[in-house]
Design a protein around this ligand. Structure first.
Ligand SMILES: O=c1ccn([C@@H]2O[C@H](COP(=O)(O)OP(=O)(O)O[C@H]3O[C@@H](CO)[C@H](O)[C@H]3O)[C@@H](O)[C@H]2O)c(=O)[nH]1
Ligand SMILES: [Mn+2]
Length: 323
């Protein structure tokens, strides 16, 4: 019998978490993530031409879905899954049967922290999701549940239990997730700043959710994580994750759940073409100036006791106020 010291540590949430990857390129990046990802089940959503063969590196346990699969499974409803846009990833959230989801882009690699240690982004997301959030009162020493930190003087004891964490939003070293105008004026800017913090986004505050390094509790907030319809035939692009983030945050605030941002970092390697991105984002840059005030003022009635009811109510308000 193996002695306790040799028994391999079972990766956290090994059978309760799926890793969802949208791809229109290839999956070579998985080699670098192998030590961290291999124990987990992958759901690969292949975008673009379904006749193209996507090679999954040996040793990974995965499901792979292309557009033909999406059309077969959803029939006429397949039109709600974006085509030729990373928003297609939310199909993976739908077919998953697990409690947690981690989604990552195929141009995101393992980053190193300032000490040079490789960052297990998945492990950090799991820690973020399994520990409470503090959206109702800001803790100036950041994450109070972290080793070596705590609540500071003046923090109400009645609030120190925190609330359930629904979403963990990770960040990116190297290529930051800038919009096209910013990328055009700062083409060589790279993010080299590693901020060693995890923050709860305060209740009542929206934020720009990026889908490239993101984890969430699918059982809690899954129905609100629909990534807006973008890509082929749509007037706006690169607002899929933003849309989901705004809907999700309004609903989390209403349901009393938390959203965290900060660690973990990944290394984002490819800058997408800013001119192509400008065309995709152009309408969205105007659209969001109308959208944000809508989401900031959205109120969900107390009868909305489930995420589904919240989302349907939000949809009703969108239809009434945003068309
Ligand atoms: O038509 C497409 C284009 C891309 N993908 C896959 O989606 C991700 C992200 O693609 P990419 O790295 O090219 O785009 P970025 O600008 O860096 O991504 C940021 O913008 C958001 C787009 O809304 C995205 O979530 C952010 O990370 C890769 O895995 C591509 O392979 C696709 O499936 N279909
Ligand atoms: Mn990218």
């Amino acid at each position: 019998m193996a002695s306790p010291s040799t028994v391999p540590e079972t990766p956290l949430l090994k059978d309760e978490l799926d890793i969802v990857i949208p791809t229109i390129r290839n999956l070579d990046f998985l080699e670098m993530w192998r030590p961290f990802f291999e124990p987990y089940h992958l759901i690969i959503v292949q975008d673009g031409d379904p006749s193209k063969t996507i090679k999954v590196p040996e040793g990974f346990d995965y499901e792979l879905y292309n557009r033909n699969d999406i059309n077969r499974i959803l029939g006429p409803k397949a039109s709600c899954i974006s085509f030729k846009d990373s928003a297609c990833r939310c199909f993976g959230y739908m077919v998953s049967k697990k409690k947690y989801i981690f989604t990552i882009d195929d141009d995101c690699f393992v980053a190193k922290d300032p000490s040079g240690k490789e960052i297990n982004a998945l492990e950090q997301h799991i820690k973020n999701l399994l520990s409470p959030s503090t959206p109702n009162f800001f803790n100036t020493l950041y994450d109070p549940y972290r080793e070596g930190a705590d609540f500071v003087r003046g923090y109400p004891f009645s609030l120190r239990e925190g609330v359930a964490t629904a979403v963990s939003h990770g960040l990116w070293l190297n290529i930051p997730d800038y919009d096209a105008p910013t990328q055009l004026v700062k083409p060589r800017e790279r993010n080299t700043r590693y901020v060693d913090a995890v923050l709860s986004i305060p209740k009542g505050t929206l934020f720009p959710m990026c889908g490239m390094n993101l984890a969430f509790n699918r059982e809690l907030i899954g129905p609100a994580m629909y990534f807006g319809l973008m890509g082929d035939g749509q007037p706006v692009g690169r607002y899929d994750d933003m849309w989901a983030g705004w809907c999700m945050k309004v609903i989390c605030d209403h349901m009393g759940w938390g959203v965290k941002t900060g660690l973990p970092y990944i290394w984002h390697s490819k800058a997408s073409n800013p001119f192509v991105n400008l065309k995709k984002e152009y309408n969205g840059i105007f659209w969001q100036e109308e959208l944000i005030p809508f989401f900031q003022s959205a109120v969900l009635p107390k009868e909305c006791t489930t995420v589904q009811k919240c989302y349907l109510e939000l949809a009703k308000q969108v239809k009434a106020k945003l068309r």
